[in-house]
Design a protein around this ligand. Structure first.
Ligand SMILES: [Zn+2]
Length: 235
């Protein structure tokens, strides 16, 4: 499972997690021709293939402008995790740290999210109200706002059911994790490794997508090699 942030942002802005449009297109073409790309919610279904799940954090405008048109062309599913407070109320700039010192990244507006939420291959997920690290949130009422109310806000506004959750910064504690488990079917974190066991469907690890296509190929061939080795051992 891969996590992307921005696609094709101005390179001089030095945004962390950015990947050029050209490189992203190579990823999509490779996945489409060589792998089974499934939506996050279909991950639970059994398969013997090495599958790919594409996720996008923060609900950035470049998902809407740049990534989505490419994904639509190849008819690939993706999940975009949004922060309703930031997208609907603030609507313009994303100023949290992510090592961004300058002006901030532009988010999709609430309206744009509503628009894409009806697309067949787009799933909208919850990324807390305003991008909190849930590792440091302990009060029940605060957690409820960030997890449960954030989810309801997306559902109410878009008229959809929200099933998935992405932990900002991959951070969680016991309380936040248990609340997410009760309110969402699936949740994702960081970790940088491939998913080998999706049994629990919570805090599933993700690899950074903002790497070169060669890194992606190497990574995936390496793991399938390991997987086939393990399989052969059991034959
Ligand atoms: Zn984020």
């Amino acid at each position: 499972m891969f996590v992307y942030h921005s696609i094709g942002e101005d390179a001089s802005s030095n945004f962390w997690g950015n990947i050029s449009e050209e490189e992203f297109h190579k990823h999509v073409k490779f996945f489409s021709e060589n792998k089974e790309v499934v939506s996050l919610n279909n991950l639970k279904e059994e398969s013997r293939n090495q599958r790919v799940v594409l996720t996008f954090d923060d609900g950035l405008r470049s998902y809407y402008d740049t990534a989505l048109p490419i994904l639509e062309r190849y008819e690939l599913p993706s999940t975009v995790f949004v922060c309703p407070f930031l997208s609907w109320e603030e609507e313009s700039k994303f100023k949290i740290d992510h090592n961004i010192k300058k002006e901030g990244r532009i988010l999709m507006s609430g309206r744009e999210i509503e628009k894409i939420s009806s697309l067949k291959n787009v799933e909208i997920g919850n990324h807390t109200l305003d991008h909190q690290n849930l590792r440091y949130v302990h009060e029940h009422k605060d957690l409820k706002k960030q997890i449960v109310e954030s989810k309801s806000q997306i559902e109410r506004t878009c008229g959809i059911r929200v099933k998935s959750f992405s932990f900002p910064y991959g951070g969680y504690n016991k309380r936040s994790l248990s609340m997410v488990k009760r309110s969402h079917d699936v949740s994702v974190g960081g970790g940088g490794v491939l998913v080998t066991d999706a049994e629990s469907m919570h805090v599933l690890p993700r690899c950074h997508g903002h790497v070169s296509i060669d890194d992606i190929k190497y990574y995936m061939s390496y793991t399938s090699h390991v997987a086939s080795k393990i399989e052969n051992t059991f034959k």
